[in-house]
Each structure stands twice: as structure tokens, then as C-alpha cells.
Design a protein around this ligand. Structure first.
Ligand code: HEC
Length: 223
């Protein structure tokens, strides 16, 4: 039995060491963390609008439906269509997925790659990676563009105009909102899940008080 426990512990240690290695150190620059929460609905709304304006031209979110996102963000179906389907010239429906109008073949010709679907991007890369990636473009003196986190990336510096028009703090805040929306998209039930956690903790706290009072009542005459 003792042997088994020691072996299990050793395995757990080894696994966590491997995970830590896989998570950190592999990036050319350190990742930065945005201060975001999917419970902040106005941040999600701002992020969704930035996404619709700057990203949807190339990237789809094929697992996120317009009316689902609209409902979670506090918008009506019609507002959802207005926010997410503006590139469809009035043809968009609330039941559509949030999809780009860019033809994959045209994209391949233009960028050498088809822009990947971003529905699950926050699970794939993590929010820190996306936040750092979007803020790591640099234009050299000769006009050439590099991304310090993703050298040789085929995506242009889409947010360059925004970055040049805002003070750095505000640009970072805008990117954080955008990343918040991408995080929400990867798990639309996350806000409910987090809220449920607080309800459960509150319920348990109440239960502790009640059981304590009950215990006192039961033991009152015993002593
Ligand atoms: C002009 C088209 C275009 C636009 C607009 C665009 N992207 Fe991209 N994006 C691409 C292409 C192409 C790639 C693939 C790059 C590669 O693999 O080299 C990419 C890759 C990415 C990746 C990395 C995917 C991965 O895991 O490898 C992320 C994250 C991303 N884009 C986010 C965004 C966000 C957020 C926006 C809006 C601010 C945006 N993109 C706007 C074309 C675009």
C-alpha cells in the first residue's frame, strides 16, 4: 500500500513538472496576463464589437451562434444581427453562426494560409497568449513587420490603426476586452458556471451555520 502511494505521488510530481514545462518557457517572449472577467458584460460587449469590426472579416467562430452570443451579452436577437452580421448586407439571421464572408481560397492566395476558426482559440492558446500576441507586432524602420511572439505569422497587424490612435493603456484595455470576448466564445457557459460556483459556496456557508446551530441544539442537554 505504502509503495503504491509513493508511486502515485512520484507520478503526480512528474506529470506536474512536465505540464509546467509545456506551459512556460517555450515562448520567445514572456506572456502577459490581461485583467479580464467573463462576468463583466460591458467588457464582453466592447470586445464583441472590436471582434466584429477587426477580426470577423477573416476569422469565423463557427461554434458560436449569433442569438446565443447576443443573449449572453445582454442584446436582443435583432441587436445581435446588427452587431455580428453587419458584413452580410442585411442577409444575416439570428440563428446563423458567427462566420466570416472571406472565401478560404482567396484567403489562401492572399495570406498563404486560411485564417483559423477562433471559437476555441482561447482553449487552444490561452488568453495570455492571445493578449500578448495581439500586442507584440512591431514595425521596423524599413516598414517591415514582425511579431515578437509569433515570428513569421501570416496575419497582418490588423490593430495597427487602433494602436496608433490610442494611448498604450487604452489600447491594452481594448485588447483585453477583445480577449475577454474570445475567452467567452470558447466557453459560452463560463459566466453561468462562475456564478453557480458563488451560489454553491453561499449555500454551503448557510448550511454550515444551520448545522452548527442544530448541533448546539442536540447537545444542549447532554452535558
Ligand atoms: C486580414 C485577415 C485577418 C484578420 C482581419 C485577422 N486575422 Fe487573425 N489570422 C489571419 C491569418 C492568415 C492567420 C494565420 C497566421 C499563421 O498561422 O501564420 C491568423 C492567425 C490568428 C491567430 C493565431 C491562431 C493560432 O493559434 O495559430 C489569432 C489568435 C488571431 N489570428 C486573432 C485575430 C484577431 C483577434 C483578429 C482581430 C483583431 C484577427 N485575428 C484578424 C488573418 C487575419
Amino acid at each position: 500500500m505504502k509503495q503504491l502511494i509513493t508511486n502515485l505521488l512520484a507520478a503526480a510530481l512528474l506529470l506536474s513538472a512536465t505540464l509546467v514545462q509545456a506551459g512556460g518557457g517555450a515562448h520567445p517572449i514572456p506572456l502577459e496576463s490581461p485583467k479580464i472577467s467573463v462576468l463583466d458584460q460591458s467588457s464582453l460587449q466592447r470586445g464583441a464589437d472590436l471582434y466584429a469590426q477587426y477580426c470577423m472579416g477573416c476569422h469565423s467562430m463557427k461554434y458560436l451562434r449569433v442569438n446565443r452570443a447576443a443573449r449572453d451579452l445582454g442584446w436582443s436577437d435583432a441587436e445581435g444581427v446588427a452587431h455580428f452580421q453587419h458584413i452580410r448586407n442585411g442577409q444575416g439571421k439570428p440563428t446563423d453562426m458567427i462566420e466570416t464572408t472571406l472565401n478560404p481560397l482567396t484567403a489562401k492566395q492572399a495570406f498563404g494560409k486560411v485564417p483559423p476558426d477562433l471559437s476555441l482559440e482561447a482553449r487552444l492558446r490561452g488568453t495570455d497568449w492571445i493578449y500578448t500576441f495581439l500586442r507584440s507586432y512591431e514595425r521596423a524602420e524599413d516598414g517591415s513587420l514582425t511579431n515578437k511572439l509569433f515570428p513569421g505569422v501570416a496575419m497582418p497587424h490588423i490593430l495597427e490603426g487602433l494602436q496608433n490612435s490610442l494611448p498604450p493603456v487604452e489600447f491594452d484595455a481594448a485588447v483585453a476586452d477583445l480577449v475577454n470576448f474570445i475567452d467567452y466564445a470558447a466557453e459560452p457557459a463560463k459566466p453561468q458556471r462562475l456564478m453557480m460556483g458563488w451560489w454553491v459556496l453561499g449555500f454551503l456557508a448557510l448550511l454550515i451555520v444551520l448545522t452548527y446551530l442544530l448541533k448546539k441544539e442536540f447537545w444542549r442537554d447532554v452535558k
